[in-house]
Design a protein around this ligand. Structure first.
Ligand code: GLN
Length: 475
């Protein structure tokens, strides 16, 4: 099998036994990118010559020694571009420092060679909001890969990346992983440092792995997690090896099925695949428990107040002075700000900034922002109550399979509503994983992947990785 098609775990074995060297992997990856990425468009940029150089000195004794990892274009890697798929930063911003996850990957021996496409500033669900190019779903080129980490998911799914990092503010790791048939993990809030991630909504953002399988996800989580003095919201945590106990099975585990997540509005074909994998978990000895998350119906509205509010504040740094592209010949400083932002941001980013500014403005702050914060508290409590009864929660990742490119172009609200199953985890700060659980035939004859979402309590990654591994191994 081509080296670029293999998992981290399998490549590591061959590297340490001396059967292959890191340069062989880079060579195979370069061929795969050359062959496939013209069509898929997963990458915004890459530097495979630098990767070949790095491969020569790779320390194979390290846990990710010699393994290339693709990085979403909103995570800073020193000396590489970081555009967030925005015209604002395109061509004008080179990262002057490494994000903490990047220093950690380097310390584990990984090679960082390429930047993946995304919705501009991570706002979106299809990667169509990228200002810098289109990404297609490797399972059906007429369809979107999901988003916002669509480039990372498409790269891993098309085997033009071994593994990748994404970021998840409301589902942006789990949803594209589901649409592309790969594994996507959103860690608990505080598990992974956000230092060096270009902030979208700071109280919701987490960086996490997108991989071919569950073991690789655990390996990458090992490498990137931990308390970091540069991010005050990162948490002290015991040194855990997340690959331990992966194959222990689900016998005796209590798995919750929230009745609010299995109502109307789910594509029956998606529902069928999800139900099938839930039955397999039951057959493997898990006890299924019906639970309720009563405030689910408010989650989308709550998220689409809090996330834009934080975004409007975070994106104020993009003013044409401190970062990014600046208009020529401004009349005055206000004109410079106004026109730089007008020209630099795409329509969805502008919509979020306007929405966020509105809900934070005096007179509306109490009616919207403050109320949303209270509802967020209730959503968090729903999960705390549920985890008194169950070890993890099962649900679809999305109500549908990957949409046809252009389908929701003029209907952002429709797109927002499809985030219903993923955003609560970010509001509550808990962890979640998407694992492939089947495929659905499309009208055009393609086979479209479906993901099962497993939500765990805060810092409960070991439990959800174990359940995900059980789903994976039941195929
Ligand atoms: N689709 C959601 C949004 O558009 C989630 C994005 C994300 O997780 N970055 O905000």
């Amino acid at each position: 099998m081509e080296l670029s098609n293999q998992s981290i775990t399998s490549l590591r074995k061959q590297l340490t036994s001396g059967d292959i060297c890191s340069a062989d992997i880079i060579g195979s990856l370069a061929d795969a990118i050359e062959k496939k990425d013209g069509e898929i468009g997963a990458y915004l940029s890459h530097d495979l010559d630098a990767a070949r150089e790095a491969a020569k000195t790779a320390d194979l004794s390290l846990p990710l020694g010699g393994i290339p990892i693709a990085i979403k274009d909103n995570i800073n890697v020193k000396g590489q571009p970081c555009s967030c798929a925005s015209r604002f930063l395109e061509g004008s911003y080179t990262s002057p420092y490494d994000a903490t996850v990047i220093s950690k990957l380097r310390a584990a021996g990984a090679i960082l060679y390429g930047r993946t496409n995304m919705d501009e500033f991570a706002m979106g669900s299809t990667t169509e909001n990228s200002a810098l190019g289109n990404t297609r779903n490797p399972h059906d080129l007429t369809r979107a890969p999901g988003g916002s980490s669509g480039g990372s998911a498409a790269a891993v799914a098309s085997h033009s990346a071994i593994a990748a990092l994404g970021s998840d503010t409301g589902g942006s790791i789990r949803q594209p992983a589901s649409y592309c048939g790969v594994v996507g993990l959103k860690p608990s809030y505080g598990r992974v440092s956000r230092y060096g991630l270009v902030a979208f909504a700071s109280s919701l953002d987490q960086i996490g792995p997108i991989t071919q399988n569950v073991e690789d996800s655990a390996l990458l989580l090992n490498a990137i997690s931990g308390r970091d003095a540069m991010d005050a919201t990162s948490l002290k945590q015991p040194d855990t090896d997340f690959t331990q106990g992966l194959n222990d099975g689900v016998a005796g585990m209590k798995l919750g099925l929230p009745k609010e997540y299995f109502g109307d509005g789910i594509d029956p074909a998606v529902r069928h695949q999800v139900d099938k994998s839930i039955k397999k978990l039951e057959a493997a000895g898990a006890k299924l428990v019906e639970i309720s998350l009563p405030h689910t119906e408010y989650a989308v509205a709550t998220y689409y107040i809090i996330a834009p509010a934080e975004a409007s504040s975070n994106l104020s740094r993009f003013d044409g002075v401190r970062y990014g592209n600046r208009v020529e010949n401004p009349n005055d400083i206000i004109d410079l700000y106004r026109r730089s932002r007008e020209q630099g941001f795409g329509p969805e980013v502008k919509r979020r900034i306007i929405l966020g500014t509105y809900v934070l403005s005096s007179g509306y702050y109490d009616a919207y922002y403050n109320k949303a914060q209270k509802v967020r508290g209730l959503i968090k409590r729903d999960f705390e109550n549920a985890y008194q009864k169950v070890d993890a929660i099962l649900s679809p990742v999305t109500p549908n399979v990957a949409p046809v490119i252009g389908a929701d172009k003029d209907n952002p609200l429709q797109q927002y509503l499809a985030d219903i199953f993923t955003i609560s985890a970010n509001l509550a700060g808990i962890c979640g994983i998407s694992v492939p659980c089947g495929k659905v035939a499309s009208d055009s004859g393609s086979q479209l992947p479906v993901g099962l979402q497993i939500l765990g309590p805060h810092m409960g990654e070991q439990a959800i990785l174990k359940v995900a591994r059980a789903v994976e191994s039941s195929d």
